[in-house]
Structures are given as structure tokens and as C-alpha cells.
Design a protein around this ligand. Sequence first.
Ligand SMILES: *[C@@H]1O[C@H](CO)[C@@H](O)[C@H](O)[C@H]1NC(C)=O
Ligand SMILES: *[C@@H]1O[C@H](CO)[C@@H](O)[C@H](O)[C@H]1NC(C)=O
Ligand SMILES: *[C@@H]1O[C@H](CO)[C@@H](O)[C@H](O)[C@H]1NC(C)=O
Ligand SMILES: *[C@@H]1O[C@H](CO)[C@@H](O)[C@H](O)[C@H]1NC(C)=O
Ligand SMILES: *[C@@H]1O[C@H](CO)[C@@H](O)[C@H](O)[C@H]1NC(C)=O
Ligand SMILES: *[C@@H]1O[C@H](CO)[C@@H](O)[C@H](O)[C@H]1NC(C)=O
Ligand SMILES: *[C@@H]1O[C@H](CO)[C@@H](O)[C@H](O)[C@H]1NC(C)=O
Ligand SMILES: *[C@@H]1O[C@H](CO)[C@@H](O)[C@H](O)[C@H]1NC(C)=O
Length: 457
Amino acid sequence: MVFFASVWLVIASIQFAAAESCDSVEDGYTCSTEFSHSWGQYSGFFSVPSTIDASVPAECELTFVQMLSRHGARDPTAGKTATYNATVQRIHDSVTAYSEEYAFIKDYDYTLGADQLTTFGQQELINAGYKFFQRYAQLTGSNMPFFRSSDQDRVVESAQNWTQGFQQALLEQDAGTTVSLPYSILLLPEESGNNTLNHDLCTAFEDGPVSEIKKSAQTIWQNVFAPNITARLNENLPGANFTDDDTINFMDLCPYNTVADDEGTVSPFCNLFTTDEWQSYGYFQTLGKYYGYGPGNPLGPTQGVGFVNELIARATGQAVVDSTSTNSTLDHDNATFPLDRKLYADFSHDNDMIGIYGALGLFPADVTAPLSNTTRTSAEDAGGFDSAWLVPFSARMYVEKMQCGADAEEKVRIIVNDRVVPLQGCGADELGRCSLGAWVDSLSFATSGGLWNECFV
Ligand SMILES: *[C@@H]1O[C@H](CO)[C@@H](O)[C@H](O)[C@H]1NC(C)=O
Ligand SMILES: *[C@@H]1O[C@H](CO)[C@@H](O)[C@H](O)[C@H]1NC(C)=O
Ligand SMILES: *[C@@H]1O[C@H](CO)[C@@H](O)[C@H](O)[C@H]1NC(C)=O
Ligand SMILES: *[C@@H]1O[C@H](CO)[C@@H](O)[C@H](O)[C@H]1NC(C)=O
Ligand SMILES: *[C@@H]1O[C@H](CO)[C@@H](O)[C@H](O)[C@H]1NC(C)=O
Ligand SMILES: *[C@@H]1O[C@H](CO)[C@@H](O)[C@H](O)[C@H]1NC(C)=O
Ligand SMILES: *[C@@H]1O[C@H](CO)[C@@H](O)[C@H](O)[C@H]1NC(C)=O
Ligand SMILES: *[C@@H]1O[C@H](CO)[C@@H](O)[C@H](O)[C@H]1NC(C)=O
């Protein structure tokens, strides 16, 4: 009996160790960080090291936080999942022999779904809500956030999972709270109408020549870094006859299979590539964001203007002034756009967040020189413009206001995935902060229309 019991204990502890999650509340994704933080927007949230101390200075008291979150890890979008499935089918149909390292692919079944959050992705958001409550305990104990979400399933579900984490932390602090789930969340429709949490209205951006810049920039870089990888894949998978496009799709199988696992266990696909190759892949994703939705696209930041004008309204307690993507019916109604809250939580997508960072002027040309299409620019050299730093699954931006000592005016600061992103163009101090008035003045791109008129020429 004793013998069996101890064997059982050993087995149980091994299983526990194997099932330990790669995700954590504080640090986010922590497995194989030498390459798992180089998967661009397919990386799981991780706490990005901050050059500037991200804690609230002792002499300051927080007065306001606007959070903007990306949904959690999901399955590939419908189109991509069909492509990946076809790639795997083709390998199975045409590869004549598998080298040792690649042998697992022979028995690999493509089972990923489409568009929905994975269990791992749901847990990311639960962790995010919990972490937010703790970080902002000064405010969260006595103030409920006002919630909005773009209405696609995975975004709404992310918002709901976030509230679960927030509620859990609230209950731990105050077991007798009268607050209970579900929290009310205002949904902004994606299929029609104006929506500051989902781009769609600006036709020159959606369908015009500027929509081609992303593809062009990524292709130039793909032609630099992918051919050697393609050659190696074709050696190890004779008969596959991969193109460089196939190689990118094949690499995508690493992050997607990783986040499809409940604990985020690193997929065997990941080990077929070097750390250097993952950095090149991450840079490919970064170029896509920079030239697709960021400052590298003439109308990228324009897509974030509506949200920034809403943020100004909330931060200053003044009605929204905007004629881009805001819905004036919603924004001029206290029930759907209150101005007296201290906490706001909005849920959206990666591309929208990139446009919003642009509209906030966080990556101007003197900080982020136009990213090279032919050599890798490091995240540091790009002034922090790195897709994995900015918009991983469950990414979160915090816009904080704080009252410090006897200062006449409040200060504003922005933190993206735990990294302070110094404000630009408003005389930021050594902690990356500006006074509220100077910050609002610096947002003239948004307050003056943000080139919205160029959307319809
Ligand atoms: C993959 O494609 C095959 C063949 O078209 C299809 O039968 C299968 O359902 C697909 N699997 C997934 C997970 O999409
Ligand atoms: C996340 O939220 C969805 C929708 O509310 C819910 O069905 C799911 O169970 C939640 N996930 C977890 C892990 O609780
Ligand atoms: C604005 O919001 C109102 C209230 O939800 C809705 O009825 C209307 O269709 C929306 N209009 C636009 C242009 O989005
Ligand atoms: C990268 O490529 C895009 C699209 O061709 C182009 O607009 C941009 O100027 C290029 N960037 C640099 C730094 O050359
Ligand atoms: C590709 O391989 C060639 C030959 O080994 C090498 O000279 C070249 O530097 C490699 N290119 C990249 C981008 O790694
Ligand atoms: C490999 O693919 C190329 C085009 O991608 C095609 O021209 C060629 O015939 C293919 N080779 C084989 C052996 O299938
Ligand atoms: C929706 O946005 C369009 C385009 O900016 C604007 O003309 C219209 O007035 C907006 N509608 C509402 C209800 O805000
Ligand atoms: C909305 O809030 C403002 C400021 O608190 C208040 O003056 C106004 O009466 C409110 N309007 C409605 C319709 O409740």
C-alpha cells in the first residue's frame, strides 16, 4: 500500500509539473522567452521591461485610468485556418520522407478552429482583470470601471473574462461586496455604423492604395529572411515544395498550436526554427503593423482618432468633439458615455490599438525612424515599436492621470504592457509624463480631424 501510494505521489507531482501554465498574472507568458516574445501579435501577453519605473510615484495619487485591451489568444481567423489546414494536408499528401526532427508532423492532425478565443486566451483575460484590480487597488476598491467592447464574439468574451478576474480580486478584498457578475458592458457593433473600437469606415484606408503598403513592406523583408528557411524546410520535407509564403504559414503553426494548448505549452513546431529566425519572423509582423496600421501608413493613425477624442473627453470631463468614427448619439448620452467615472475599460483588436497609439503620437518619426524593410530594426532602436511589445494577445494600454503633491495640474502617463511609453511633444518629464493641458494640446492631430477628410477622396 505504502509503496503504491508513494508511486502515485510521484506520478501526481510529475503531472502537476507538466501541466503548469506558461502564463501568469504578473509576468504573463514566461516559457521559452528567448523566442516566444518574438511572435508579434501572436505572442501571449508578457510584461515588457520598462526603462522608466512604472509604479505610481509616492507623492502622487491616481485619479483616473483608461484601459484599452486586446482580446485574448484565439484560433486563426477563418481564412488563415483554411490555409494552414491546406498546408498541412499538402505536406501529408506530398512529402516522401520526414527527417528525424520533423517526424512528428507525419502524425500531426490540424484541429485548430477559427476566430474564437482559446481556453488559454480566456485565462489571459481573467489574469488581466485580476492584475488590473491589484495594480489600481487605490481606485478599484471603491470605483467600478465603465465597460465598452467591440461586439465580435472573441472581444466580448474577453471583456467578460476580464470582469471575472476583476470580480475575483474584488471578492478577495471585500468578501461582502454587493457587486456581482455579470457586469454591464456596452457593445459597439462591428457590422454597421460608427465604432471607435473597430476600424471600417475610412474607405481610402480599407480599399485604397494605402492598403497595399503593408503587403509591399512585408514582401520586401520576406524576400530577405525567408529563402534560407524555405530551402531548409524543403530539404527536411522532400516533396513539400514550399514557397516563402508557405514558410510563413508553417511558422504560424508554432504560436497558434502553442496558444491552443490550455497551459500554453510550447508547440514542437517552434523548435524547428532558431531564435534568430523567430526574431526575423517577429520583425515581419512588426512591419505589417507599422506599415499597415501605424505611422508607416499615411492613414494608419487616422483610424485611431475617434478613440483619442473620446479619451480626451473622459480625461477632461468635457463632451466629445469628433467627426470621425465616434457615434454622437452614444457619446452625448450619459448612460452610454458618462464623463464622471475614474475608471474606463474598453476592449478591441490589435490593429485598432496600433492606430490609436499612432493617433496618440507615441511613435513620431524622430523617435521611430521609418522601419527598414531590408534589415531588422531592434525594438529599442525603433523607439519601442515592436508588435510583440505593443499588441500581443491580451495587450493592454493604461492611460493614467495622477495628482502629485501640490501641483496645480494633474499629470498624464501611458503604460503599454507594463512599459512606460514616454509621451511625445508635450514636454514630458523624466518619468515620461506631461501635465494634462500640455498633453491635450499635443494631440492636435486628433483634435483637428486627423486627416479624416482624406478617407473619402
Ligand atoms: C481540414 O481540411 C479537410 C479537408 O478539406 C477537412 O476535412 C477538415 O475538416 C479540415 N479540418 C479543419 C480543422 O479545418
Ligand atoms: C470566459 O468567458 C466566456 C463568456 O462569458 C465563458 O463562457 C468562459 O467560461 C469564460 N472562461 C473561463 C475560463 O472562465
Ligand atoms: C449610433 O448609436 C445609436 C444607438 O445605439 C444607433 O441607433 C445608431 O444606429 C448608431 N449610428 C451610427 C452611425 O453608428
Ligand atoms: C518599406 O516599404 C514600404 C512599402 O513599399 C514603403 O512605403 C516604405 O517607404 C519602405 N520603408 C523604407 C524605410 O524604405
Ligand atoms: C542565407 O544563406 C546564405 C548561404 O549560407 C548566407 O550567405 C546568407 O547570409 C543567409 N541569409 C540570411 C538572411 O540568413
Ligand atoms: C514546385 O512549385 C513550383 C511553383 O511554386 C512549381 O513551378 C514546380 O513545378 C513545383 N515542383 C514540383 C516538383 O512539384
Ligand atoms: C458617423 O460617422 C460619420 C463619418 O464620420 C459621420 O458623418 C456621422 O455623423 C456619424 N454618425 C453619428 C451618429 O455620429
Ligand atoms: C449628464 O451629466 C452632466 C454632468 O454630470 C449633467 O450636467 C447632466 O444633467 C447629465 N445629463 C443627463 C441626461 O443625465
